[in-house]
Design a protein around this ligand. Structure first.
Ligand code: ATP
Ligand code: MG
Length: 267
């Protein structure tokens, strides 16, 4: 598979990394949409086998700035996939009960079981992102979490969970346009959240926090893919491409019948 994501390292500045590029894709919007549709059939087929096989698990982590397209990816990449066996878990501001526990307490019950795909819409990574940028915990606390996150994911992987993590990368100008669209279009007003404007002021802090979180926890057993996401058609194709490739490697199979179907007569 040609690389359709952006490599980043300790010194990368996400603010300088273009969110407009379309790596690995030769062509324009129409051909990307066509390519996405071609992959959709395969995604549907592979998920069906994963569900029937009931032996492997897939965890998809989706992170992005507000308006970054998490909901759009879920809607567009997963449309047509059998809802049986696919779950979205959304992680919002922690409740008092959640805050009274360690930060992974609310996460672990949602990881996929055999045959399941779970999509995390936001995730345990908020605990090194919003928590850091908004100073909800001191550095002495959040800086230790990278190691917990690596170990948590390592444990899930060792126990049979395949993990893929996406950071949908948009830039500040694109966010401005998308927030404005939520004001201009009455059918999108419900998506506007004044809280997003507060977070927008912390853009550069978020970009640093994302870079560190990604670099610290990008591992073979739980890779991060930084997807340039200003262009929605590229974003959808790239996520679809990576997911299909991941599922191909998992290679789920329909279980073989432990009986001879030709010997059975239904009367
Ligand atoms: P949309 O992009 O569609 O608005 P969203 O993911 O922003 O969706 P919201 O319900 O608007 O969903 O916001 C969830 C909020 O919860 C985000 O601001 C996020 O940063 C916050 N949040 C998630 N996890 C934590 C956490 N562990 N601590 C503090 N805040 C958190
Ligand atoms: Mg929001």
């Amino acid at each position: 598979m040609a690389r359709c994501w952006l490599p980043i390292g300790k010194k990368t500045s996400l603010t300088k990394l273009s969110a407009d590029v379309t790596p690995g894709f030769k062509g324009e919007e129409a051909s990307a949409r066509e390519a996405t549709e071609e992959l959709r059939g395969e995604l549907i087929d592979l998920q069906r086998k994963l569900y029937a096989e009931e032996r492997q698990r897939l965890l998809i982590v989706l992170q992005a700035m507000d308006t970054g397209g998490k909901d759009g990816v879920i809607r567009k990449v997963f449309s047509g996939v059998n809802p049986l066996g696919v779950t979205v878990a959304r992680f919002e501001r922690p409740t008092p009960a959640e805050l009274a526990h360690d930060y992974l307490w609310r996460v672990h019950p949602h990881v996929p079981g055999n045959g399941e795909i779970v999509i995390f819409n936001r995730s345990h990574y908020e605990d090194v992102l919003v928590v850091r940028t908004n100073k909800l915990k001191p550095k002495s606390i959040w800086s230790k979490r990278f190691e917990h996150l690596r170990n948590f994911e390592r444990m899930l992987a060792d126990e049979g969970t395949t993990i893929v993590k996406f950071y949908l990368h948009i830039d500040r100008d694109e966010q401005k346009e998308r927030l404005q669209a939520r004001l201009d279009d009455t059918s999108r007003n419900w998506k506007f959240d004044a809280h997003d404007l507060e977070q927008r002021k912390l853009w550069d802090d978020y970009m640093q926090a994302y870079r560190d979180a990604i670099v610290e926890t990008d591992r073979k057993y739980a890779p991060w893919y930084v997807i340039p996401a200003n262009k929605k058609w590229f974003r959808d194709w790239a996520v679809m491409r990576i997911l299909v490739d991941t599922l191909r490697k998992m290679d789920p199979q329909y279980p073989k019948a432990d009986f001879d179907p030709t010997t059975i007569r239904i009367v």
